[in-house]
Design a protein around this ligand. Structure first.
Ligand SMILES: *Cc1c(COP(=O)(O)O)cnc(C)c1O
Length: 252
């Protein structure tokens, strides 16, 4: 490694260990025996950083845009990392995502469920025809929109997940789709809301989901700013970007 690489790896090691310390502390405070899984969100940062992170023991990485994720996953395919797709997804990107993503956290509509199922089945057929090992089922998490009606209206109706009342219908669609397995739920705390309240609401939806689908144990919640609130509300997976990678690079 050159001096720049050495410095960058040391920087990432320090940030990563600080975040791991926060997660451990939050878990102790919440009296949790199992530490939630850290997913390091590498968006905006180069494949070289993914390599540094892998060298530091990170195995789970997340991305929110297909084009960037596909390139980075291909670039680092030799590392055997687990890729989580966490961003809004158009149905025409399902095919690409099925090539590299083990899990999609942002399932928010029935159309996307069928597109992902179809894409996974096609990817498996491609692999078999090419004498490659076919991928495993894709883990699908239903993203829940935790905004109030007023917050949704103020945002101009942009999508932020499925409405809580639609979650069970989407979960049933995922369960019925060959190639997908229902992982659980994902949410982002609304901008102006108290994350503790938002994640408590998510927990209620997760409890309802698990009554019907006991295996759907994943609760993907918590980012750099609110990971403590997420751990305390029972998150099983945390999606942390900036506190591990540092400030976003100016140029994309
Ligand atoms: C970027 C992103 C994260 C990570 O956010 P940080 O504040 O950088 O930790 C988590 N979840 C989603 C959906 C994201 O797009």
């Amino acid at each position: 490694m050159n001096d720049g690489d050495v410095a960058r790896r040391a920087d990432l090691a320090e940030r990563l260990s600080r975040v791991q310390g926060r997660i451990a502390q939050a878990s102790r405070t919440a009296g949790r025996t199992e530490t939630p899984q850290l997913i390091v969100v590498t968006k905006f940062f180069p494949a070289a950083d993914v390599r540094h992170l892998a060298a530091l023991g990170v195995r789970e990485v997340g991305e929110n845009r297909d084009q960037e994720a596909a390139a980075k996953a291909a670039d680092t395919a030799d590392l055997g990392l687990t890729w989580h797709f966490i961003g809004q997804l158009q149905t025409n990107k399902a095919k690409s995502v099925a090539r590299y993503a083990a899990a999609v956290h942002s399932v928010d509509r029935a159309q996307l469920v069928s597109a992902l199922g179809k894409a996974v089945r096609a990817e498996r057929e491609r692999a078999v025809a090419a004498s490659e090992t076919p991928r495993e089922a894709m883990t699908a998490l239903v993203q829940v929109d935790l905004r109030s009606v007023a917050q949704r209206e103020a945002a101009g109706g942009g999508r932020g997940g499925a409405l809580p009342e639609d979650v069970m219908t989407l979960a049933a669609a995922v369960e019925g789709e060959e190639g997908l397995t229902l992982g659980g739920l994902m949410a982002v705390a609304p901008l102006e809301a108290d994350p503790a309240e938002a994640f408590a609401a998510l927990r209620d939806v997760a409890d309802e989901l698990q009554r019907q689908y006991p295996h759907a144990q994943m609760i993907s919640a918590g980012m750099s700013q609110d990971l403590e609130a997420a751990v305390s509300a029972g998150a099983t997976h945390l999606r942390i970007g900036s506190d591990v990678l540092g400030p976003r690079p100016a140029v994309r």
